[in-house]
Design a protein around this ligand. Sequence first.
Ligand code: SF4
Length: 343
Amino acid sequence: MNRDLLEFYRNAPLLDLGAEADRIRREMHPDGIVTYIVDRNINYTNVCVADCGFCAFYRRPQDGAGWTLSYEQIGAKIDEVKALGGVQILIQGGHNPYIPFDWYLDLLRYIKAHHPIHVHGFSPSEVDFWSTLYRMDARTVIRELVAAGLDSIPGAGGEILVQRVRDRVAKKKASAERWLEVMEIAHQEGLRTSCTMMYGIGERLEDRIEHLQRLRDLQARTGGFTAFICWPLQPENTPSMSAMPKTDAVEYLRTIALARIALDNIPNVQASWVTMGMKLGQIALHYGCNDFGSLMIEENVVSAANTTHRTTIGEIESLIRGAGFEPRRRRQNYELIEEAVAV
Ligand code: SF4
């Protein structure tokens, strides 16, 4: 399959790639609905020792600009998103060696007791970091987080799941094997997760296809991935990758279409309008995407690299309608929401 995909990506005209991805999208989602979610990304700390070359968000522990949010600050952010009709928080942070594991468990209990909402949180690389730091196996880390209130895990930190590439850009973070292993454990523990790809970090096309194949293989074993999201590196303002060539809109459309074709066992593919812009997000709905991602109330990591597009529910719905689909709000598990909200 890999060879065929590579040939197809290299040789097929853009419109042919899009047509094939659109055919698969129609087969999987014949109802003509495009979903989106209202949520908020809460970064609980910017202190991190992973030193990813593409990250403009983090601060080293010795840096005076490091911070960790209090429970009350996090609770206030949840109240704000709930007031706007939000149904989940995406909570993730740096690899902060000074936060004890109980802080995370108490945080989840605090959220569930005082600000109940779906908690989509803690990427596989955070789980792996804690597993090493607190000398617990990853399954125990996940079980304790779930017992305290974690509902699902985001696919962040996947970048390109080929070790040679990770060694260059995120050497200290969970390896490709480990990222997949933590995801497999999460699926075995009953969690549903998303998966991602960040491209344009110096990988070859073959590496992108291997990344997609590895996600596909894991999905074939567990069925635990609900959605795939991809976006390109935003080289501006990143400490050590600012010289990387910026990828363009055509490459995004080719890549998202390739992903829809390769990942025909993952039900949903999200358009990444936060990085690509609203119009390109709309076009992506005809290149395999059936979801418009989230009306994200806050997104620190991408905005630190200077690439944040903001929007409203009205704009999202009108773009989805303009592309010929029916817009519907959803929950994390893609269940549709009936009641109306205004943002
Ligand atoms: S991407 Fe995440 S893990 Fe990597 S340096 Fe930034 S905050 Fe740390």
